[in-house]
Write a protein that binds this ligand. Structure first.
Ligand code: ADP
Ligand code: MG
Length: 371
């Protein structure tokens, strides 16, 4: 049989490119929500309200009190690779914001019906706009040419992003999603992790049509109280602080900061007396980014095995601050991983600290029971 001739190479349409790209970043509603939470935090919000309908598939609405968006920037809001956070590639080395690629809202606008209401402090009015495939659209999302101008309306300072009918145009993705309640619990999990980590921000989350808050924190609650709201009282009552200062941690006369770029570690873990049968994925932030960091997870889990009875699981929240020049934040489309230099050494330092804290408590407890 003769080999068929090759098909000719053609450029994909922009709309195809954008839909493919969107599918890589936004796999489930919780991914869209995370991007929008991060945008609100980047906008220096101290309050973020989240409203969810049908596991986020029908509606995801995020309302913040951040700095808002200038009216003249609205045409670019959902354009791919349009951002207010990064100007040149080198900026990535010192980037302090969550966002830098200008891809999230663009992606979401290609796979949902996206609207925004936003007001800056120096504008009298708020503006409402709708988007379809990255472009301003009419209020019914049908046209990207007629009736697309942002409309002035009354409103408060800040930004509200409304995402309706997520994945309406990707039936395969819609089918692959879990039930509404499972997608909702993933959303709640993301909010909870940010609520634990983001000291200066209050979070409120409601389901559409229900009046009570499913999760509610105020800004500047102490860490222990934030953990109580999100993970419950028994965990909150059994927490040990973890704190490590890279300047003061010395190895052969050199500090961990000089040697490995480790600036500091903060967090809290449950003690060895906390007996929990439910597995909770550790809450890890590296330079304020929520990451999975499997090597750190494995190392810490094995420390806990010395201290916990079999079948019992700890709660772990750790926030690592590493010299940004040593961290590559651009290695994963959903940013759930970062790469950093001296990973083994840094993990070892953190693990040693956790070990020390756990065994000090164990010692003092034994001492108490002996006397
Ligand atoms: P990125 O965060 O990487 O810049 P996004 O697509 O998430 O890309 O957002 C595009 C731009 O829209 C941001 O750079 C920011 O200027 C603006 N923006 C998005 N969400 C908000 C918000 N909640 N408050 C203020 N500005 C926002
Ligand atoms: Mg963003």
């Amino acid at each position: 049989l003769a080999t068929p001739p090759p098909a000719s190479i053609r450029k994909l349409d922009d709309s195809v490119i954008n839909k493919i790209a969107a599918g890589e970043i936004i796999i489930q509603p919780a991914n869209a929500l995370k991007e929008m939470l991060e945008n609100s935090i980047d906008a220096r919000a101290s309050s973020i309200e989240i409203l969810v309908k049908d596991g986020g598939m029908k509606l995801l609405q995020i309302t913040d009190n951040g700095h808002g968006i200038n009216r003249e920037d609205l045409p670019l809001l959902c354009e791919r690779f349009a951002t207010s956070k990064l100007a040149k590639f080198e900026d990535l080395e010192s980037i302090m914001t969550y966002g830098f690629r200008g891809e999230a809202l663009a992606s979401i606008s290609h796979i949902s019906r996206l609207s925004v209401v936003t007001k800056t402090a120096d504008s009298q009015l708020a503006y409402k706009a709708h988007y379809y495939n990255g472009q301003l659209a009419s209020p019914n999302f049908k046209s990207t040419t007629a009736n697309v101008e942002p409309k002035p309306i009354a409103g408060k300072d800040g930004t509200q992003i409304i995402v309706e009918d997520l994945f309406y145009n990707i039936p395969s993705r819609l089918k692959a999603l879990r039930s509404k309640s499972e997608e909702f619990s993933k959303i709640l999990d993301v909010i909870g992790r940010y609520a634990v980590h983001s000291e200066g921000v209050g979070f409120n989350c409601k389901k559409f049509g229900e009046s009570y808050q499913i999760l509610s924190t105020r800004p500047n609650l102490p860490l222990k109280e934030r953990i109580r709201v999100v993970f419950g009282t028994s965990i909150a009552n059994d927490l040990l602080d973890i704190a490590l200062d890279g300047d003061e941690t010395k190895e052969e006369g050199e500090s961990a900061k000089e040697k490995y770029g480790l600036i500091k570690v903060k967090g809290a873990i449950t003690s060895s007396s906390y007996d929990n049968k439910k597995k909770i994925q550790p809450v890890f932030f590296i330079n304020n980014r929520l990451v999975a960091c499997d090597p750190l997870k494995r190392a810490i889990t094995s420390v806990f095995q010395y201290f916990l009875p079999k079948g019992s699981h700890p709660f772990i929240y750790l926030s690592l601050e590493i010299d940004p020049q040593n961290v590559d934040v651009n290695i994963h489309p959903t940013k759930r991983e970062v790469r950093f230099l001296h990973e083994d050494e840094i993990i070892e330092l953190v693990v040693d600290k956790v070990h020390l804290v756990l065994s000090n408590v164990d010692k003092s407890r034994k001492f108490k029971t002996q006397t």
